[in-house]
Design a protein around this ligand. Structure first.
Ligand SMILES: [Fe+2]
Ligand SMILES: [Fe+2]
Length: 524
């Protein structure tokens, strides 16, 4: 039997535990609330509510007015029904956006642009319906949205968004009493199949006519689907062909319009298509032309890295073109002091001889910052800046670090390697990690006297391992398997590049001198 004192003690302990657990739950709830506010979700929810209200007003504007004559209930009921359907569809869309493109929730400008585009498309559908145009013309706004979303975001996201808009468009068709439910469903099916084909074909835009080609194929699909659905509904041939021609014509017209609007879409959504990348890959671009004239060694080095990194990126399914064009610009900062970089130095001339290792370090590290300034000055697309900023990550300028260590050890002082590290950042994408590795192995294999496949393989493996252990790939989502595939591709490309290069006895001395100089390449 417990005494009264013991009972009080045990109930006190239980009470204490309860208070502790309540405090823990409260602090957990507070942290969750804070995370919710920080995620930008409250503003996005408000925007979604505004979108539902505006979309309902656009869809019911005339219907509500019709209903208000005499009895207000029919008009109010229409408003209520449309509002409820829009709410359910929009909540689904919001959740889909949050799941697949979180940056739209976090960036309110992106969210507003997306919702404004959808509202404009709903207005277009409504105008078409009021003009008694063919129901199959809903393919036009849906196709425009699908192409925009594929270019700006991704194919999967575009599929989701166009499905949402397709359903809202069918809702708008209900206003026209001459359009039957079967016809509305037929228009949705034809639109869905055409849009699906267009999205799947739009993986890359590498040619100027790509959008037109894609929309022509989608137009054929829409036409075929319209005919099949019309035959199913036992329609007459003449109106059937006419409807099919409307749908197909509208889809093809979208291709021409979107081709013209592509630069605007790129600017509004701040994206860079492969076509723009191709534009910036030409050696006649002012900054690349300047690099070729003022730092020909760096220009040549960048071109070789472009080849290496493009092949490596394609080996793992990354964007090869982005890697190639990014490589062309990765070392443009060397334009400011080209003679201080080994690839631009004449025979036996080393500008660093007269400088202290600390001074040399400042010049070498400075080319990253100078490069970024040049990219801004020449208005090079933002997507290419990452290669200049991250191609050295936070690695050590090895050559000058060793020079400094040698000097300082004579004075009995130790030099921390942090003083000789690039400021970063580390690569954040697979593409920038590939360019970092290609840059390192190109310099190292160039310094080899007799590049045999096994030596090249050793150099590539060592360079990759050193960077991996140094944590340079910590911030990008590169897997070990992909790293291995990149290494294999680099070895293959380098073997092809140095195939047939043999060191003759007379060249050995020259090669040795070059090796000393090239050692700095890894560091630079
Ligand atoms: Fe560099
Ligand atoms: Fe480089």
């Amino acid at each position: 039997m417990l005494t009264k004192k013991e009972k009080m003690k045990s109930s006190g302990k239980k009470k204490g535990k309860r208070i502790d657990s309540r405090r823990a739950i409260e602090s957990d709830m507070a942290a969750r609330r804070q995370r919710f506010y920080d995620s930008g979700a409250p503003a996005s929810i408000l925007m979604l509510i505004l979108f539902i209200v505006l979309a309902t007003i656009i869809l019911t504007l005339n219907l509500s007015i019709q209903g208000t004559s005499g009895n207000i209930w029919p008009g109010f009921k229409t408003l209520l029904v449309y509002g409820a359907i829009m709410m359910f569809l929009s909540i689904g869309m919001g959740l889909y956006v949050a799941a697949h493109q979180l940056r739209i929730i976090q960036n309110h400008l992106r969210g507003s642009v997306l919702l404004a585009c959808l509202l404009i498309m709903i207005v277009l559908v409504r105008l078409g319906v009021r003009q008694d145009w063919s129901a199959y013309l809903i393919v036009v706004p849906v196709m425009i949205t699908a192409i925009m979303m594929t270019i700006a975001y991704s194919q999967r996201f575009a599929l989701g968004l166009s499905a949402f808009l397709g359903m809202v468009s069918v809702l708008a068709l209900a206003e026209n009493e001459t359009i039957t439910f079967q016809e509305g469903m037929g228009a949705l099916l034809a639109t869905g199949s055409g849009t699906g084909i267009a999205i799947l074909m739009l993986r890359e835009i590498r040619t100027r006519t790509k959008l037109i080609e894609v929309c022509c194929v989608a137009g054929i699909v829409v036409f075929a689907m319209t005919i099949v659905l019309g035959l199913w509904q036992n329609k007459e041939w003449q109106p059937l062909l006419q409807t099919g021609a409307w749908g197909a014509g509208g889809t093809i017209a979208v291709g021409f319009v979107m081709q013209g609007l592509l630069p605007l879409i790129e600017r509004v959504f701040r994206v860079c298509t492969n076509m723009t990348l191709l534009d910036y890959s030409g050696a006649t671009r002012p900054l690349l032309r300047r690099l070729a004239v003022e730092a020909p060694g760096t220009f040549n080095h960048s071109w070789q890295i472009g080849m290496l990194s493009e092949a490596a990126a394609e080996a793992i399914g990354a964007n090869g073109l982005l890697c190639r064009v990014g490589s062309y610009y990765h070392d443009v900062g060397k334009l400011i002091k080209p003679r201080y970089f080994v690839e631009n130095q004449a025979e036996n001339v080393n500008q660093h001889k007269e400088l202290s290792p600390t001074m040399s370090r400042m010049i070498i590290i400075g080319h990253v910052k100078d490069g970024l300034e040049l990219l801004r000055e020449y208005k090079i697309p933002k997507v290419l800046h990452q290669f200049t900023a991250t191609h050295h990550g936070t690695t050590v300028v090895v050559y000058f670090y060793h020079e400094a260590t040698k000097k300082e050890s004579e004075d009995g002082r130790a030099v921390p390697d942090t003083e000789f590290r690039y400021p970063g950042p580390k690569p954040k994408t697979k593409e920038s990690a590939i360019v970092m590795l290609a840059d390192a192995v190109e310099g190292a294999s160039r310094a080899m006297q007799e590049p045999t496949p096994s030596r090249i393989e050793n150099v590539v493996t060592n360079m990759a391992m050193v960077r991996l252990q140094d944590g340079q790939f910590d911030e990008c989502d590169l897997t070990m398997r992909e790293l291995h595939q990149i290494e294999e591709s680099l070895v293959k490309s380098l073997c092809g590049m140095y195939h047939g290069r043999i060191a003759y006895p007379k060249q050995e001395k020259l090669a040795k001198n070059q090796t000393d100089k090239m050692k700095t390449t890894n560091a630079i």
